[in-house]
Ligand binder design. Structure first.
Ligand SMILES: NC(=O)c1ccc[n+]([C@@H]2O[C@H](COP(=O)([O-])OP(=O)(O)OC[C@H]3O[C@@H](n4cnc5c(N)ncnc54)[C@H](OP(=O)(O)O)[C@@H]3O)[C@@H](O)[C@H]2O)c1
Length: 460
């Protein structure tokens, strides 16, 4: 599309959908371009892991985009000699969002001040690309509305699954389907820790320490370990793929911190391994069923083959069945590729990300009927199995198998019970009753088991 660079800002154009096909979007937005050879002028906020990689790639893409400003707090310590001498270094958002800028890339992370900076850019008709999952999970629909009102772009491919182009796939390749379920491995840190425990028999604490030493995990890693990072990404996927919006904190999470080396031994005896799985489904009545947590997955499923810090997302459509996307879920360079893809989509005049017509969820629940794995660690004595069996029977839950590995001391003996598919509410009610028995040495660990025929299906 041609752009008249003489037109004062905002140089955007509203296209009549009757005249021009714009694939289910309200407006097609042509970015403003100053008289700099038609290149998009870019301000980059955040010169950290991702920001530095993005700056490299922006310089490579200099035929289409021009990096004009880099913003970082205490910016002087950030200066590097490989950035073009013309680029302005600043710690002022007023300078970064001055009149000469067409596009703002937000890579500082966190909700404040990033959220107000993004809002400020959009209100001025400056398009925004961000990798900030927390902002998009909480405020994505309102910000997309703001972008549509001004009109400019808001894109966030890198906010979910790093370098895996899953938002783009949903937006374009799968646009013709009616998507009903998303599931997958969305947190590379958890996957690194769990595969380390699986392959090398490491204890959780050792695997976490190693992930931290290698830079995969933060020193305070609760966002990853307790599922909050995957929870935010899942909320974005639910909005974009399933058209349903829910505050991320309403999606139930379970921590991987309680998973022990012995769980991998028992999981293997059941033909499974353990992964942190995030899943979401939309019900007809606008209920969002979703959850994040450690889950037993069959050894022959694609999820079991996801190694180290990789991510995998499976999307189920009513017509197209399951489509799976995998790759590098984090890291400066892979994430920067996703950021650049958004930047170039805007520079090339691609239609804006559809202002989502996602409806607010009427309810959010993680209740689902699924088989369960429950590990008990007890002081061994007669009658324990009978006590468990009677509680499960009372709640109409059928025991599939009971396994006990040899070699543990009598005063701390782990064994597991696998349960046939049962409503998760009933299982949790039974476990609440069982928790009151006095034979536990370590709290029980319950994990859903993914059915073999639905390797990325639902799990509580
Ligand atoms: N790293 C990944 O693999 C990855 C993957 C997907 C998405 N993301 C997302 O990408 C974004 C950036 O992540 P990152 O890993 O690059 O983080 P990072 O390495 O911590 O970089 C953030 C940069 O922003 C600067 N900054 C932070 N707050 C600021 C403020 N208030 N004012 C000015 N500058 C500020 C930091 O400066 P200091 O040097 O002073 O700290 C740092 O240079 C986050 O939203 C993250 O969730 C990251």
């Amino acid at each position: 599309m041609s752009v008249d660079t003489r037109v004062p800002r905002p140089q955007s154009r509203v296209v009549d959908l009757d005249q021009e096909s714009a694939a289910a979007v309200d407006v097609a937005v042509v970015p403003r371009r100053r008289a700099h050879g038609g290149r998009l002028r870019v301000a980059l906020a955040g010169f950290g892991t991702v920001g530095r990689s993005v700056a490299h790639l922006l310089q490579e893409a200099s035929r289409e985009v021009e990096l004009v400003t880099i913003l970082n707090r205490e910016v002087d310590r950030k200066r590097v000699d490989w950035i073009d001498g013309e680029v302005r270094w600043t710690d002022s958002i007023d300078e970064a969002l001055d009149d000469s800028v067409d596009l703002f890339i937000e890579l500082i992370g966190g909700r404040a001040p990033a959220g107000s900076w993004i809002r400020r850019a959009l209100e001025r008709g400056i398009s925004v690309v961000t990798a900030n999952k927390q902002i998009i999970a909480h405020d994505g629909p309102a910000l997309l509305d703001l972008a549509a009102a001004h009109p400019c772009h808001l894109r966030f491919e890198a906010a979910v699954a790093g370098g895996v182009p899953v938002i783009r796939a949903i937006e374009s390749g799968l646009a013709g389907d009616r998507l009903t379920r998303v599931a997958g491995i969305l947190n590379g840190t958890c996957n690194y820790i769990l595969t380390k425990m699986e392959r090398e028999g490491s204890a959780f604490a050792d695997a976490l320490r190693e992930a931290q030493a290698l830079g995969f995990a933060e020193a305070t890693s609760s966002q990853d370990i307790d599922g909050l990072d995957a929870q935010a990404k899942l909320a974005i996927l639910a909005m974009v793929a399933l058209g349903i919006q829910a505050p991320p904190e309403q999606i139930a999470t379970r921590s991987i911190a309680a998973v022990d080396g012995v769980d991998f031994r028992y999981a293997r005896r059941l033909g499974c391994t353990i992964r942190q799985i995030a899943w979401a489904e939309r019900n007809g009545d606008r209920t969002l069923r979703a959850g994040v947590g450690p889950t037993l997955v069959p050894l022959d499923s694609p999820l079991a083959a996801v190694n180290g810090s990789e991510n995998l997302v499976t999307i189920h459509g009513r017509f197209g069945g399951e489509t799976t996307f995998g790759g590098r879920g984090a890291g400066g360079d892979p994430t920067a590729v996703a950021v650049l893809a958004d930047v170039l989509a805007i520079a090339r005049g691609t239609a804006p990300l559809a202002r989502t017509h996602a409806e607010a969820a009427t309810a959010v629940t993680s209740a689902v009927a699924t088989p369960f794995y429950v590990r008990f660690t007890v002081v061994d004595r007669p009658g324990i199995v009978a006590a468990l069996a009677s509680v499960f029977a009372k709640h109409q839950i059928n025991i599939d198998a009971l396994l006990q590995e040899p070699g543990f001391p009598e005063n701390q003996r782990p064994f597991i019970v696998s349960l046939d598919a049962a409503p998760s509410d009933a299982v949790h009610a039974a476990l609440d009753e069982i928790a009151a028995f006095d034979f536990h040495i370590v709290p029980m660990l319950a994990m859903p088991v993914l059915a073999r025929e639905s390797a990325a299906g639902s799990a509580a």
